[in-house]
Design a protein around this ligand. Structure first.
Ligand code: FAD
Length: 321
């Protein structure tokens, strides 16, 4: 492992501002080896990273960054994008899917897609990480940092952590969940996970196992936005009343009504919300069209939490926009 101490990496926004307000602190550049590639879904993979024998210090919720310039296979795309976008391609951030007590470091990446008429450029790095990374490959990563972490003495603040996540937004919460179930025995968790369809759900099996292992402390609720329930009468309610220890299934988007049911203690819980939000490029594109940007998962979740009366200082959010 090569370790070099550097400052917080710069992530990309149109004005070069970091996408996540990472605190400035000293972090390390590491050379890691891909020990395993776990295919999670049709468009997501977990890269298990071998870092040598050192115990790495990070907090659940932290991310690392990967600079696309290190990949020869991307050279022509990086050069071309830098020419047409008129700026250097920044390092991309990936939350750690692993928890500090686990032996290996892991990240889970979901492949971004190019959508004609919607996205301006094809995505650069995520397709390579998900579809072209093999065991034994070496990567330079910079880590670990990020503000999306548990507060000190979390059990003094709450006994209920609500995870409100969508797509790859489940990654940092999965790390926080594994850590907290083990190290904060007084915390209960409600893990509400939104995806388009069943086949998009990342960590379905480990979440099921955790729900089985901690039936009194973990409730997992999957919400599927583009699947319909077997019978219209069950719409939005399927899986309700499932025995504890079994993940529940609901249909439709996360609504204030659903959150009201799942969060009986809106002024006492702590909420960790992570997923797609309006990003700098959506803001820019909307401004060019003279429109307000369309709310995405995070904006909808924040509005629902506001309606429920969850105070702002009880909500942490991380946007993957
Ligand atoms: C703190 C944090 C943690 C994250 N953790 C994870 C994680 O755990 N797992 C995960 O899968 N993802 C995570 N992400 C998202 C990740 O960092 C990348 O954004 C994602 O993988 C896409 O990168 P890409 O290189 O494939 O796509 P990009 O090349 O960055 O493209 C993404 C989109 O931006 C648009 N775009 C890019 N440049 C421009 C431009 N100049 N003008 C207009 N539009 C542009 C593209 O058209 C495309 O639609 C995280 C993000 C943050 C901020």
């Amino acid at each position: 492992v090569t370790e070099t101490t550097t400052a917080t990496p710069q992530l990309g926004g149109p004005a070069g501002e970091p996408e996540a307000a990472a605190p400035r602190k000293l972090i390390k550049e590491l050379e890691v080896m891909v020990a395993e590639v776990v295919v999670e879904t049709h468009d997501a993979a977990t890269l298990v990273l071998f870092t040598g024998n050192d115990r790495l210090r990070y907090e659940p919720g932290h991310f690392l960054t990967i600079d696309p310039h290190q990949f020869e296979a991307l050279e022509r795309f990086t050069d071309y994008f830098e020419e047409v976008k008129g700026r250097r391609e920044p390092a991309r951030a990936y939350s750690l899917a692993s928890a500090p007590h686990e032996r290996y470091l892991a990240i889970t990446v979901k492949e971004e897609r190019y959508q004609r008429g919607v996205t301006r450029y094809p995505p650069l790095l995520s397709p390579l990480l998900v579809k072209r990374t093999t065991r034994g490959m070496r990567l330079q990563v910079v880590g670990f940092t990020g503000p999306y972490v548990l507060p000190a003495r979390v059990e003094d603040r709450t006994d209920h952590l609500v995870h409100l996540v969508a797509g790859s937004g489940a990654v940092p919460n999965f790390s926080i969940l594994k850590h907290a179930l083990r190290d904060h025995p007084r915390l209960r968790h409600t893990f509400v996970y939104s995806n388009k369809t069943r086949r998009d759900v990342i960590f379905a099996e480990p979440l099921r196992e955790l729900a089985r292992a901690y039936p009194d402390r973990l409730r997992v609720v999957h919400t599927l936005t583009r699947e319909t329930s077997p019978s219209p009468a069950q719409r939005g309610r399927a899986g309700e009343g499932a025995p504890s220890g079994v993940p529940e299934l609901r249909y439709g988007r996360i609504t204030p009504a659903l959150l009201r049911e799942l969060i009986p203690d809106p002024t006492a819980c702590l909420v960790y919300a992570c997923g797609p939000g309006i990003g700098p490029w959506e803001k820019l594109a909307a401004r060019e069209r003279g429109e307000a940007p369309q709310p995405r998962f995070l904006e909808a979740a924040m509005a629902a939490l506001r309606e429920l009366g969850v105070p702002r200082d009880r909500i942490k959010r991380e946007s993957y926009g």
